[in-house]
Design a protein around this ligand. Structure first.
Ligand code: PMP
Ligand code: GLU
Length: 395
């Protein structure tokens, strides 16, 4: 039978992070001793207070459909969290709870983009932004940055990328994959450009908010002149190690929240009821309750940077947040290693998988073809062993 799939899905790239994780899992199941540093997923277990809340929700017989945009109590907890952690003021009609921040982002693309609308993506960008935009008819426009500027874009580069078709900009800070953190001053400089183009919607993905080693997190919506056209996306996957529970949320202009609610009402009917109840408890706890994870990530960052610096050909900077390093490995392009020619970052990531049994992700998927992404959300032993194997395979 011929391929009956839609152009929409045929033209869509498979998520490189999930594809690499699946490949690593497959090889592991086949008996290979793979160390997985491809998936951005905290290796901590869920805090006890969150588990207890979920168990209580089951015992209290939560079972039915929830309001499409989330339980009122959860929205209240999100509103309190936005005020407490970000000094952002939202009302219930400005909040939508979704099946992960990924769905919040997909909703936003679906409700805001028309065919041909341009979406600015400061590169490197999180792997799914481009395809989430494309599937909604948008055209991704990359704004390049390099390791020399800590992978941050300049206001000049932002302004140069804006055209009459620009509808949206999506970025994450702390950034997946680079770990870069935009300071308040740097965000203000970008905002000074954006205020000149009031039709552009800003999607500020703050899912790594707490995994920030600078001690300060800034939100675009904190600026009064940006508040009305900024959507703040967040979730509990990273902060509370709840990746599989699939709860994310957005706060933003009411008309956008209403549209996301409408979209979600036709697509998922809202997020899982037990996970929503557990998220209320998670968000009621202040960030100090998860500081132990942040401290551990900070130590692992030093560990991995130290070990990477001993390997020739890895150019690194010091990421200020999230749990990734994003080394420039273009030194290896054109070289032949163990009979394998390395032409690009994908060849290099494949080489590391096959020759060192270490799974990473090619930077091409993030719009930075000279780099690979290594997640250090792994045990110290795995990090040490992985770096040892990489060093041995390359020297
Ligand atoms: N944004 C970024 C930058 C991410 O790294 C991730 C990874 N999971 C997401 C959004 C999606 O998170 P969620 O698990 O809440 O869908
Ligand atoms: N956000 C994580 C990552 O970038 C999880 C994978 C995904 O959702 O694509 O690895």
């Amino acid at each position: 039978m011929s391929n009956q799939l839609s152009d929409r899905v045929n033209n869509m790239a498979t998520s490189a992070t999930l594809a690499m994780a699946a490949k690593a899992r497959e090889l592991k199941e086949a008996g290979k001793d793979i160390i997985g540093l491809s998936l951005g997923e905290p290796d901590f277990t869920i805090p006890e207070f969150v588990k207890e809340a979920a168990i209580k929700a089951i015992e209290d017989n939560y079972h039915s459909y929830t309001p499409v945009d989330g339980y009122a109590e959860l929205k209240k907890a999100i509103i309190t969290k936005f005020k407490r952690d970000n000094n952002l003021t939202y009302g219930p009609s400005q909040i939508v709870v979704s099946t992960g921040a990924k769905q919040s982002l997909a909703n936003l693309a679906q409700v805001l983009l028309n065919e041909g609308d341009e979406v600015l993506l400061p590169a490197p960008y999180w792997v799914s932004y481009a395809d989430i935009s494309k599937v909604a008819g948008g055209v991704p426009v990359e704004i390049k940055s390099t390791i020399e500027t800590d992978f941050k874009i300049t206001p000049q580069a932002l302004e140069a990328a804006i055209t009459p078709k620009t509808k949206m900009i999506i970025y994450s800070s702390p950034c997946n994959p680079s770990g870069s953190v935009y300071s308040k001053k740097e965000l203000r400089a970008l905002a000074d450009v954006l205020v000149k183009y009031p039709e552009i919607i800003v999607v500020s993905d703050e899912i790594y908010e707490h995994i920030n080693f600078t001690g300060a997190h800034a939100s675009m919506a904190q600026f009064d002149d940006m508040y009305d056209r900024t959507v703040t996306v967040n979730g509990v996957s990273k902060a509370f190690s709840m990746t599989g529970w699939r709860i994310g949320y957005m706060g933003g202009p009411e008309y956008i929240a209403r549209a996301c609610n409408k979209m979600q009402g036709q697509v998922t009917s809202g997020a899982n009821c037990i996970a929503q109840r557990a998220t209320i408890t998670a968000l009621e706890h202040p960030p100090s309750k998860i500081q132990y994870m942040v401290d551990a990530f900070k130590e692992r960052r030093s560990l991995i940077l130290g070990l990477l610096n001993e390997i020739p050909g890895f150019k690194t900077n010091e990421p200020e947040g999230a749990f990734y390093v994003f080394p420039d490995i273009s030194y290896y392009f054109g070289k032949t290693l163990n009979g394998k020619t390395i032409s690009n970052a994908s060849d290099f990531a494949l080489f590391l998988l096959e020759e060192a049994n270490v799974a990473t992700v090619t930077g091409e998927a993030f719009g930075s073809p000279n780099c690979i992404r290594i997640s250090y959300a792994a045990s110290e032993n795995d990090i040490k062993e992985a770096m040892k194997r990489i060093k041995e395979a390359l020297t």
